[in-house]
Design a protein around this ligand. Structure first.
Ligand code: NAD
Length: 367
């Protein structure tokens, strides 16, 4: 299923795609509207590729390509380990959402998605709203995460947060012998959609919550609702906590941050938390920190939109499937321990095995 991390610098894009088994990378441009987007389809063995669209003011095209490749590959494993019959894909739009996002831009992007004829289905990711999905829907049926009034499944973030909560509890059970989070010091980094819903669940559980964000308005919105301790963004990694829940952007777990960490568990909603998957998963293991693999424990959101995409949306079924994250996290931790591998590698192996089994089903080996 390809290598562990994606570094673009020394290789051509096609070499990199080949190395990490990506199927397609589609560049979309409209110079009049200022649309610059990249759709990355990693693997379609299990079904059409599905994964959200992220809008971000990337510092370079290379950074955007790298993000699209990493995120779409993550979706392949996420969709597989969640037991969904969809492949991995993701899209990124380059630009400042506050400045250029609007109906025309989103509809133009929707036309590009439509051009792929259902090979790629989109939904929300960072800086995308249900309103944006509505605009995309005007141009293509290949979009989920639509508002409930349109027959959609609504905002996926509460289910993502619920899945993270279940995964976190499974990790706690292994580390502390009990899955109650009451009294545990938990730092939630990133107070957006997922982070806020996760805090709501942790408050009910009577955890001691610490929070951090780079924007004052996000912090204010949380401190007005909940009793939490605010931690400065540059103090997050050295904080004296039990559990670190990354719910902002990726690559926060790296060679600079790990040595500072005092937590026993990492379980959060952000995608691609490990800067270098193999290296940093191993560093966490060596430091005695239990890592709840991101693509497993944040799969609640894709579970939610998957049921919508299948035309079979029932909230109770979605919650039931999201609760499976607890058991799967336990299985992944046990498999890692039996095979003396990291939890991240364990989750990758289980996800890759399901894809391999399905690919054999599609084209059996001949003798
Ligand atoms: P969001 O944009 O609503 O929230 C992200 C928050 O992180 C914002 O408040 C932002 O200010 C903050 N942030 C950014 N950089 C930060 C930093 N360095 N330190 C502290 N805070 C920082 O996004 P979201 O929908 O909540 O998604 C959060 C993460 O979860 C993303 O990585 C996303 O890919 C992942 N994810 C989201 C879903 C979902 O259902 N929304 C599903 C799966 C994975």
């Amino acid at each position: 299923m390809g290598k562990d991390s994606i570094q673009l610098k020394s290789q051509t894009i096609l070499d990199k795609m080949s190395d990490t088994s990506h199927e397609q990378l589609i560049f979309c441009s409209d110079h009049v509207l200022g649309l610059k987007a990249i759709i990355s389809i990693h693997n379609t063995v299990l079904g059409p590729a599905m994964g959200g669209t992220r809008m971000w003011n990337y510092t370079s095209e290379e950074a955007a390509i790298q993000d699209a490749l990493r995120l779409s590959r993550g979706m392949t494993f996420k969709n597989s380990i969640a037991g969904l019959n969809i492949g991995g894909g993701k899209a990124v739009i380059i630009g400042d959402a506050k400045k250029i996002k609007g109906e025309k831009l989103m509809r133009r992007f929707g036309k590009f998605v439509n051009g792929l004829g259902g090979q790629y289905w989109t939904a929300e990711d960072v800086n995308m709203t249900m309103q944006d999905m509505e605009y995309i829907r005007m141009e293509t049926p290949y979009v989920a995460g639509l508002p409930e009034k349109m027959g959609g499944s609504g905002d996926p973030s509460p289910i993502t947060a619920y899945g993270v909560f279940c995964g976190m509890k499974a990790c706690a059970k292994v580390v502390y012998g009990t899955d109650t989070l009451a009294g545990k010091k938990i730092l939630v980094q990133g107070l957006g959609n997922v982070g806020s819903y996760l805090i709501e669940l942790l408050v009910k559980e009577r955890a001691l919550i610490l929070v951090s964000d780079i924007f004052e308005d996000k912090i204010k919105r949380i401190t007005e609702r909940f009793k939490v301790t605010v931690v400065a963004a540059d103090e997050v990694y050295r904080a004296d906590i039990d559990i670190y829940a990354p719910c902002a952007l990726g690559a926060t777990i790296n060679s600079q941050t790990i040595p500072k960490m005092k937590c026993k568990i990492i379980a959060g909603g952000a995608n691609n938390q490990l800067e270098d998957e193999a290296l940093h998963a191993k560093m966490l293991q060596d430091q005695g920190i239990l890592y709840g693999p991101d693509f497993l424990i944040n799969s609640g959101g894709i579970i939610n939109v998957y049921f919508e995409q299948q035309g079979n949306y029932h909230r109770s079924k979605v919650l039931e499937k999201a609760e499976d994250i607890y058991k799967m996290t336990t299985d992944v931790i046990n498999f890692a321990s039996v095979n003396n591998i990291t939890t991240h590698q364990s989750a990758l192996n289980i996800a890759a095995k399901r894809i391999e089994d399905f690919s054999r089903l599609k084209s059996p080996t001949f003798k």
